[in-house]
Design a binder for this molecule. Structure first.
Ligand code: ZN
Length: 206
């Protein structure tokens, strides 16, 4: 009797394990299929024409040329402080770098991007909302201290400014949400959401 009971119990355990395996494989399979469909959506839908990014020289020149209300001496001082900071760049003084070396400028001057880093100085778009601005500022500061990988900079900045990351992703999605979502453009909208998600969170892109 005892052995029979034990084997029954074992059988149930085996069946449960098999059930779990099937559920697990179904979830993995569904995810793969969904990603595959999303990738098709991205490729079928016309990519929004990206404005050509201006060169760093163009951005820096226009940034300093725009300062009409400050004297030439002050302008020179600002340039010196920007390009030759007194403290070296490290991760420890990242907030200081973010506040001193990352400048705000108009979005059209940085080719419509949220932010651009140019060696020792970086620029962020002045129209970003509060938390997104903090996040993009930190992201660009991380580039200034030598973190080149976009996704890594996103995760590190997102760790410190999680609200900013959410707001930045949301803001990045607005242009596609503004277009009318018809039955035919819906796949393109979903594809665009997936593309934005990949831009921010996926290390492996293509
Ligand atoms: Zn970046």
């Amino acid at each position: 009797m005892k052995t029979l009971f034990q084997s029954k119990k074992g059988n149930v355990r085996f069946k449960n394990r098999k059930k779990l395996q099937i559920i697990f494989l179904s979830i993995i399979g569904s995810i793969i299929i969904i990603i595959f469909i999303l990738e098709i959506f991205i490729r079928l839908c016309p990519a929004s024409p990206r404005t050509k990014l201006p060169t760093c020289k163009e951005i820096i020149d226009s940034y300093f040329a725009d300062m009409q209300n400050i004297s030439e001496v002050e302008k020179l001082n600002l340039m010196l402080r920007t390009f030759f900071p007194t403290k070296p760049f490290t991760l420890l003084n990242i907030d200081e770098i973010a506040n001193n070396q990352v400048k705000q400028t108009e979005r059209n001057k940085i080719g419509g991007a949220n932010g651009i880093s140019c060696g020792k100085i970086a620029f962020i778009s002045s129209d970003l909302p509060y938390f997104a601005k903090k996040y993009v500022r930190l992201h660009e500061a991380l580039h200034l201290v030598g973190i080149r990988n976009e996704t890594l900079a996103n995760y590190l900045a997102g760790f410190k400014e999680p609200l900013g990351l959410v707001q930045t992703v949301y803001v990045s999605l607005i242009p596609s949400t503004k277009k009318r979502i018809g039955i035919y453009s819906f796949p393109c909208y979903i594809g665009n959401v997936w593309k934005t998600f990949k831009t921010y969170f996926v290390f492996w892109k293509e």
